[in-house]
Design a protein around this ligand. Structure first.
Ligand SMILES: *Cc1c(COP(=O)(O)O)cnc(C)c1O
Length: 462
């Protein structure tokens, strides 16, 4: 499989190249040159496979030969606490939650990150290289990345988080991991400051080259590829390919929904795709009125969706614009300078044939957590609750609706307590999280100080 940039100006790469590059060097995102496809018979033959075996089969055409996906997937998901890995829970007639949060950090980001850590090790081993991964996190991504890369042999990792601005569970999930290749830095600033520092490190060409900087943020194609299999698993369990299914996905950076779109592209019969937003609803506004205009990010009860610029949307836009890299680049450039994306009418209509938008504010989210609990006894975290509300608001008649359950409720205990008066306990493997000792460095929001810290870790391990 070869990969091209959504802006059409970057070298064509194979999967290992895309894995390590992250962003294309024309500023675009890598996407397969053509979509692989699975026939109904091929999908039927996957029924009854274990989740790791299924994941390896679905990822194979994206990854190419020569990477041992089967043992990698088996190891990636071995630590999950539910034997089904991605179990389906039925809430009511025709509505299911697919729980994607049984990995080490209790959010769906583990699904891809656990594969990514192993893919990096394999590819870097083959090339005889070592990289320094830097990233910024507001919570879930950082902990999933640290869990996946702790103790890996060929990658060091420095994760920046905004000092005193993540939840305590989220911080402790990062800062209690002890490994010689991992460092946590609490930056005196906001999440946006952390992201700007990471961008500045990548923009510093000598620094970038010298330290072999790499990234595992959600624009990395390998993360999307590793998220496609669970859509297939849910659909097969509910009768696909001989029956259509629908999905409702709570959305921030558009990575998870993009994986659903890819599942459809490779042949899965998806009748409907509903995307749920909190009050940061740029995507729902786009679908409703072709208004993709940036607004300030507002904090919400579903912090992993507090995003205004959904980076992965660029890949969908590229498809909607008939894979025209110049047109895609022009749209994004206009968005960056004016704050509003001029999406041509035909592309907007195509987006609406594909996706349905749904918005729920914090009061609505608490009410939905309450309603679900009263109706079924199920405790949904705030992100998943938005997905459930989205599914109920936009049903697909006669078609089972599967909600992406993106986080364990114990990750957001304050919101759950506010809704139903119960503080969900952490699962056993994290029960002593509040007693573990933390290691992190607090640094000012200054590039030189952060770079010195990154360099020190890289030198120590070379
Ligand atoms: C990251 C995250 C999301 C949003 O996923 P995207 O791929 O960014 O759209 C939703 N819920 C939870 C719990 C998350 O951690």
């Amino acid at each position: 499989m070869k990969y091209i940039s959504t802006r059409g100006q970057a070298p064509i790469l194979d999967f290992p190249g895309v894995l390590l590059a992250g962003l294309a060097n024309d500023g675009g995102l890598y996407i397969p040159q053509s979509w692989p496809s699975f026939s109904p018979a091929e999908f039927r033959a996957m029924r009854g496979l274990s989740y790791p075996a299924l994941a390896a089969r679905i990822m194979r055409p994206f990854v190419g030969d020569g990477i041992p996906l089967e043992p990698m997937a088996a190891a990636a998901y071995a630590g999950f606490t539910n034997p089904a890995i991605v179990p389906l829970v039925q809430l009511e007639t025709g509505v299911f939650v697919q729980e994607l949060f049984h990995g080490p950090t209790l959010a769906f980001k583990d699904m891809a990150m656990q594969m990514l850590g192993r893919l990096f090790d394999h590819v870097l081993e083959q090339r005889g290289e070592r990289v320094m991964i830097v990233g910024a996190t507001s919570g879930d991504t950082g902990s999933a990345a640290i869990e996946a890369f702790a103790g890996r042999l060929r990658a060091d990792m420095v994760i920046l988080h905004p000092h005193n601005r993540t939840s305590e569970v989220q911080r402790r999930q990062m800062t209690t991991v002890v490994a010689p290749n991992i460092a946590n830095v609490a930056v005196g600033g906001s999440f946006d400051d952390c992201q700007d520092l990471v961008k500045a490190m990548f923009a510093d060409a000598p620094f970038r080259t010298d330290l072999h900087l790499s990234a595992v943020n959600s624009i990395n194609w390998a993360r999307i590829a590793a998220q496609v299999p669970y859509y297939v698993a849910a659909a097969l369990a509910l009768g696909a390919p001989d029956r259509e299914v629908a999905f409702a996905v709570p959305t921030g950076n558009f990575g998870n929904v993009l994986a659903a779109f890819v599942a459809k592209k490779i042949g899965l019969p998806i009748a409907k795709l509903v995307i749920g937003s909190n009050r940061n609803n740029i995507l729902s506004r786009f679908l409703g009125r072709n208004d993709m205009s940036i607004a300030p990010v507002e904090p919400s009860l579903s912090p992993s969706m507090d995003i205004q610029v959904s980076s992965n949307f660029e890949r969908l836009l590229f498809e909607l614009l008939g894979r025209d890299g110049a047109a895609t680049g022009a749209c994004i450039a206009a968005f960056r300078t004016t704050g509003k994306m001029p999406v041509p009418d035909a592309a907007w209509q195509a987006a609406n044939r594909l996706l349905t938008g749904f918005t729920l504010d914090d009061a609505g989210t608490l009410a939905e957590i309450r309603r679900v609990y009263a109706a079924s006894g199920y405790i949904a975290d705030p992100h998943t609750a938005i997905g459930i509300a989205a599914a109920r608001a936009h049903p697909a008649p006669g078609v089972p609706m599967i909600v992406a359950g993106t986080a364990h409720p114990a990750k957001f205990p304050d919101a759950i307590e506010a809704a139903i008066g119960i503080r969900p306990p952490l699962p056993r493997h994290l029960a002593d999280l509040y007693e573990r000792s933390e290691t992190y460095t607090v640094l000012p929001n200054e590039l030189a100080a952060i770079q010195a810290q990154v360099r020190a870790l890289a030198l120590r391990n070379r």
